[in-house]
Write a protein that binds this ligand. Structure first.
Ligand code: ATP
Ligand code: PYR
Length: 892
């Protein structure tokens, strides 16, 4: 076919048909630079294909020629349309003559796997220049080199154009879909020893490198090794080892992590964990680093001093000596949005038009940045201006696990060692700690953010930060040494990054928080971009602007979510009764702090699915171990205080249910209470949950007395959830005490258990026989125990994945059994908030309710609504096609 072109055949006139990526690479290849050979499927092929589709939905039949009339402020409609179009594209068949041509072209590639990369061109009708930053918007797909897999992957790349986020992007930027040229660059994919990028600016080059293929870097799953290089001499000025815990490579070993593609074809890619030893090594051996620097020097001569180049060090054989360095992508300074942009030498034909359109280009760039960015870290538009700025610390943040979303700039308060009442200079600081002690809860309430060296997504600091709505980054190596008190830091809880901004508070605005709402304070001097009460205005020249306004890439599932902290000029979708459909799956919220009740109760949630008593109690206990309250004759006082606190939740949510979970002390987390809990070698498996009640039921009895008081006060919406139940006998023991307390006689009272110890997978019917009225799946502990991974160890975070097939199967089985047995099944672990895409499956399997942290309520609501609508749509579609085939049968 004449609309497939090998890279070495591409001419300047083909640029609009083959897209920018293929065009620039072809230019370099033809100039003798190392580029992996490949061929481009021109944009006209997609146009033909769209015209050939026999659209099930007549609305889309004119897609190749007309504009879609989308209401982008209606995210549900957007998602449904996007899904419907993609489905039709991926299920349509490619004409036979195309398949034949593809087979002959791919036969010219010697590799078992192929990578299909979107290559876009935006012709002049779009009103923007071809260097509009679309990096990261459309994803590449990888497939085996066989006819069927290739055809499927081509359709998946085309379908990328119609993802909701993509449709939104074009629409928001006034670009009509029919004007977009989407070509595909097909290249062989070989295993890689390392991959990364070089960001070149006139004064400095920055190199990032990771192990294996480049996907780990693109997806932000590793912190790459980092080098700064002096351009003229090629001297390495500094280098820093990254945190590379995983890598991507071609599948050789069977692995559950082999990524399944959505149409059931398996992907040839897999991720694997890097061992401790390997993590201590730089991904790039010195000889290859030198080679890369030489390559960058040649490129400077060829295309000017400012560019970004992605590279890969392929290893076709097993010997590292056989490795070859290739360029996989090159972007000009303009594409990076550089302030000192320099035209690429090969931009000849288009330069005039680009200059004409400079103003609109900048406008579009700004609107992208201030609305919604799809840029991944590596391709940040101002990477260049950061690297050449005077603020190296801004360019090179500390990194950890983003445990609570949002961003804040504030002075740090480093607390290196434990004390009950650390001296805090003022409120509104970012607390920087080794590990967060529950004693410090009052500090957290007045903090702007938290950074911890230890802990994972489910540690106390993370849970409370999510509830309070402040950003948190945990697992940050040496944070207390790297960050000094009084130094200004920007904590980015979405990306898991901390930027050190120095001690002078001059050229950036402060973010202040009042009543849970964030707003900008005017900058003291410098840029003067803000006024009180006005949103911060993006200034592309300031690195901080980039960080503040670059939201991380959102998966489709997260697209229509309002930013609860009001920091980002993002798409706002308030979930109010007037704009939202009623969903059948209940949406509940996880709480622990009375200070958040008002905010939570005003949301359209169906109740509190998990009231974490340990964290709720912290303030009540005033630093004293609960046992001490009992031994010092203050039991009644404790009962009163607890009842009062629970009543606050009950009153705010009534008549909506509140599931109070009785105490689940994990001794290591509460060492600061006096006297401290006996320390345990293995506290996650220690004296916690209902087992501890059997040993000494006195505290459980206090809780029951408090619940009785709540009922006596007239609040009948409170139920009891038992934590970490290991055996049916433990449950029966607790149930009989609940009965003795008189709670089971209350008509509305429900006694549930957490489903988090894996034995429940085998014993649920027995628990139900013993009187359990419902379950709530605790995915944090269930995952920890099923996979044998400590959930609080930041270094093990990579192994803690709730999407593991074993965990998914366990959840499915629990929902199934609960349904069969006729009891409700909820889920209150972090999984649905962390991976919103799981909600589709939970709803499909028939979960009764989903309980999430406060920060995830809005997006969870949207995901539930979407999942339910999808089920309805699928049911309607299958009904329609049944009727269609029945009619056809009758006609035949
Ligand atoms: N033939 C190849 N062999 C090995 N790695 C490749 C090859 N082609 C691309 N890659 C790497 O795969 C990743 C994904 O490529 P993709 O084209 O989607 O991203 P990209 O180059 O950042 O483009 P964009 O800016 O359009 O998002 C990148 O890290 C890229 O360097
Ligand atoms: C919520 C909880 O306790 C868990 O997921 O384990």
């Amino acid at each position: 076919m004449d609309n497939f072109l090998w890279l070495n055949q591409i001419q300047p006139r083909d640029r609009l048909q083959v897209g920018e990526k293929a065009f620039h690479l072809s230019h370099l290849a033809q100039r003798g630079y190392p580029v992996i050979p490949g061929f481009a499927i021109e944009a006209s092929v997609l146009r033909d294909f769209l015209e050939k589709i026999d659209w099930f939905d007549p609305l889309f039949a004119d897609l190749p020629n007309s504009s879609l009339h989308l209401d982008v402020d209606n995210p549900r409609q957007l998602q449904l349309v996007a899904r419907a179009i993609r489905q039709e594209i991926t299920t349509a068949t490619l004409p036979t003559e195309w398949k034949t041509a593809l087979a002959s072209f791919s036969a010219g590639i010697e590799a078992s796997a192929l990578i299909l990369r979107p290559s876009l061109a935006l012709p002049s009708e779009t009103g923007v220049t071809s260097d509009l930053k679309i990096s990261g918007l459309l994803e590449a797909h990888v497939c085996d080199r066989n006819e069927e897999a290739l055809a499927a992957a081509i359709k998946r790349v085309w379908a990328e154009l119609f993802r909701a986020r993509s449709l939104l992007y074009w629409r928001r930027n006034g670009i009509q879909i029919q004007h977009i040229n989407l070509a595909i660059l097909v290249q062989p994919l070989y295993n890689s020893l390392a991959a990364g990028l070089v960001q070149a600016s006139p004064n400095l080059w920055e190199i990032q490198a990771t192990c294996g293929l480049g996907m780990a870097l693109i997806k932000g799953e590793v912190l790459p090794d980092y080098y700064q290089v002096q351009p003229e001499s090629g001297t390495v000025l500094m280098q820093q080892l990254g945190v590379k815990t995983l890598a991507y490579n071609l599948k050789e070993l069977p692995s559950w992590q082999g990524i399944e593609s959505k149409n059931g074809l398996s992907s040839p890619l897999q991720t694997y964990s890097l061992g401790e030893e390997q993590q201590q090594l730089y991904a790039l051996e010195e000889k290859y680093l030198k080679q890369l620097i030489r390559l960058a020097q040649q490129l400077t001569d060829e295309i000017g001093p400012a560019f970004t180049v992605e590279w890969t060090l392929t290893a076709k054989g097993s010997e590292s000596s056989a490795a070859e360095l290739y360029i996989t992508q090159v972007r000009s300074a303009q594409e990076m949005g550089s302030m000192e942009s320099t035209s690429l030498a090969f931009d000849s034909g288009e330069q005039g038009r680009q200059a004409d359109n400079e103003t609109s280009r900048q406008a579009v760039e700004e609107s992208i940045l201030t609305q919604h960015s799809f840029l991944t870290t590596h391709s940040s538009p101002n990477a260049q201006s950061i690297s050449s700025s005077q603020e190296p610390s801004v360019a090179h943040p500390l990194r950890g696990i983003g445990a609570a979303g949002g961003r804040a700039i504030a002075p740090a308060q480093a607390i290196a060692s434990f004390s009950h009442n650390p001296e805090i200079t003022s409120t509104g600081r970012v607390l920087v700690v080794k590990t967060f002690h529950p004693d410090w809860l009052p500090l957290l309430k007045h903090a702007a953010g938290v950074v911890a060296e230890q802990g994972g997504m489910t540690c106390h600091a993370a849970i409370i930060a999510r509830e309070l709505g402040i950003p948190a980054v945990v697992g940050v190596r040496d944070a207390t040494q790297s960050i000094q008190s009084d130094e200004f830091v920007l904590v980015d809880g979405d990306r898991g990054e901390i930027y050190l901004l120095g001690k002078e508070r001059t050229a950036f605005p402060s973010i202040i928080r009042e009543k849970g709402e964030w707003s900008m304070e005017p900058s003291v001097s410098g840029t003067g971009h803000t006024e009180v009460g006005k949103p911060f205005i993006y200034n592309p020249q300031h690195p901080i602007s980039r960080v503040l306004h670059n939201t991380p890439e959102l998966p489709d599932a997260q697209l229509p979510i309002a930013n609860t902290q009001g920091l980002m000029p993002n798409i706002q979708l308030p979930i109010t009764a007037t704009t939202s459909p009623i969903v059948a799956t209940q949406l509940l919220v996880n709480l622990s702090q009375p200070s958040t009740i008002e905010r939570a109760a005003s949301l359209p949630v169906d109740g509190v699915g998990l009231l974490r008593s340990e964290l709720m109690m912290l303030e009540v206990l005033q630093g004293q171990h609960p046992g001490r309250w009992l031994t010092s004759g203050r039991k009644q006082e404790l009962v009163e205080l607890m009842a009062q606190t629970i009543c606050q939740f009950a009153a705010a949510f009534a008549p909506r249910p509140v599931f109070y979970r009785s105490l689940d002390w994990r001794s290591h987390e509460f060492q600061s209470l006096a006297p401290s809990f006996p320390s345990e070698v293995n506290p996650m498996l220690g004296m916690r949950g209902t087992f501890s009640y059997l040993q000494d039921p006195s505290l459980f009895d206090v809780e029951l007395s408090a619940l009785v008081k709540v009922y006596q006060s007239g609040y009948t919406n409170v139920n009891l959830l038992l934590p970490f139940v290991r055996t049916v006998e433990e449950f029966s023991f607790c149930r009989s005490r609940v009965e003795q307390a008189g709670l089971l006689h209350q008509s509305h009272f429900q006694l549930w258990i957490m489903a988090e110890v894996p034995s429940i997978l085998f014993l649920l019917p027995d628990y139900i026989k013993a009187g359990c009225m419902g379950i709530s799946i605790g995915t944090n502990d269930l995952t920890q125990l099923l996979l044998g991974v400590d959930r609080d160890r930041a270094e093990m975070a990579i192994g803690f994945d709730e999407r593991h097939p074993a965990v998914m199967e366990a959840i499915a089985q629990l929902i199934r059994t609960a349904k069969q047995e006729g009891i409700p099944c909820s889920i209150c672990g972090q999984a649905p908030a962390k991976y919103p895409e799981l909600i589709d499956r939970l709803v499909e399997w028939g979960i009764s309710s989903i309980s999430v942290s406060l920060d995830a309520v809005e997006r969870t609501y949207t995901c539930i609504a979407r999942a339910e609508q999808r089920l309805l749509l699928e049911a309607a579609r299958s009904q329609k096609s049944k009727v269609k085939s029945q009619k056809k049968g009758r006609r035949d």
